[in-house]
Design a protein around this ligand. Structure first.
Ligand SMILES: [Zn+2]
Length: 238
């Protein structure tokens, strides 16, 4: 096959653009797959679950608090009733009984008040924890949105460069004879399709060609398409 120097140079440029596009495609795929975005999403999900858990624990605390307040009210009512009864009776045995009950009620009230105090402290701590979790979630959400925005911008950039390269590739392809393009495509499907021969080194596979191969190349006419005996890439001879 015959090829002029300019066509071979064009094929080399097509190859460089095509390789660049492959890299762009890989980068775009990595961004779309979005490991960073995925891990931020996971973190958000974990925070949401933690928050839900905290909220339900908080509701339990409030219910407990209400129950203990209800009990305190009952104790207060009973105490008031007993005091009333104490004022109305003169029977010493009844007095002793009522006083004993009042003592029990007083102990019960003190125990309940202690419980209530502890519950109030836990409610306060729970409010604080929820607030902190919400802040953390907000910041993760902002991080996620920013990462998505950056990914979107980068993807748009990649797409624009890819499109420009593709247009350049098709314009360059139209400059090269169909037969030569076909050969190039076949070789490029397997690896590098073309490389510059520098001294005795193939630019595609970086192998040094031996003296026999070099002599064979030297015997080919300059416009004949030469291939590297190691990697089969088309060689651009100086
Ligand atoms: Zn080679």
């Amino acid at each position: 096959m015959i090829a002029d120097k300019k066509s071979l140079q064009t094929l080399l440029e097509i190859q460089e653009l095509a390789i660049q596009n492959r890299k762009l495609e890989q980068e775009a795929k990595a961004i779309s797959g979005g490991e960073e975005i995925e891990s931020l999403r996971d973190a958000m999900l974990a925070l949401s679950q933690q928050l839900n858990q905290k909220r339900s624990e908080h509701e339990d605390l409030l219910r407990e608090l209400k129950r203990s307040e209800g009990e305190l009210e009952l104790v207060a009512k009973r105490t008031a009733l007993d005091n009333q009864r104490l004022n109305q009776t003169a029977v010493s045995r009844d007095v002793a009984g009522i006083q004993h009950e009042l003592e029990t009620l007083r102990n019960r009230r003190m125990a309940l008040e202690e419980v209530e105090l502890e519950l109030l402290e836990r409610v306060e701590a729970s409010n604080r924890e929820q607030h902190e979790l919400n802040l953390e979630k907000d910041s993760k959400e902002a991080e996620l949105e920013a990462a998505k925005e950056i990914a979107k911008i980068r993807l748009a950039d990649l797409k624009a460069i890819h499109l420009k390269n593709s247009q350049e590739i098709s314009s360059k392809r139209s400059e090269v004879a169909g037969e030569l393009i076909e050969l190039f495509d076949k070789k490029f499907a397997r690896g590098l399709a073309i490389g510059k021969l520098t001294k005795s080194t193939c630019g595609a596979c970086n192998m040094n060609l031996n003296a026999t191969s070099m002599t064979a190349l030297a015997n080919l006419s300059t416009d004949e398409v030469a291939s590297c005996p190691e990697c089969q890439a088309i060689l651009i001879r100086a």
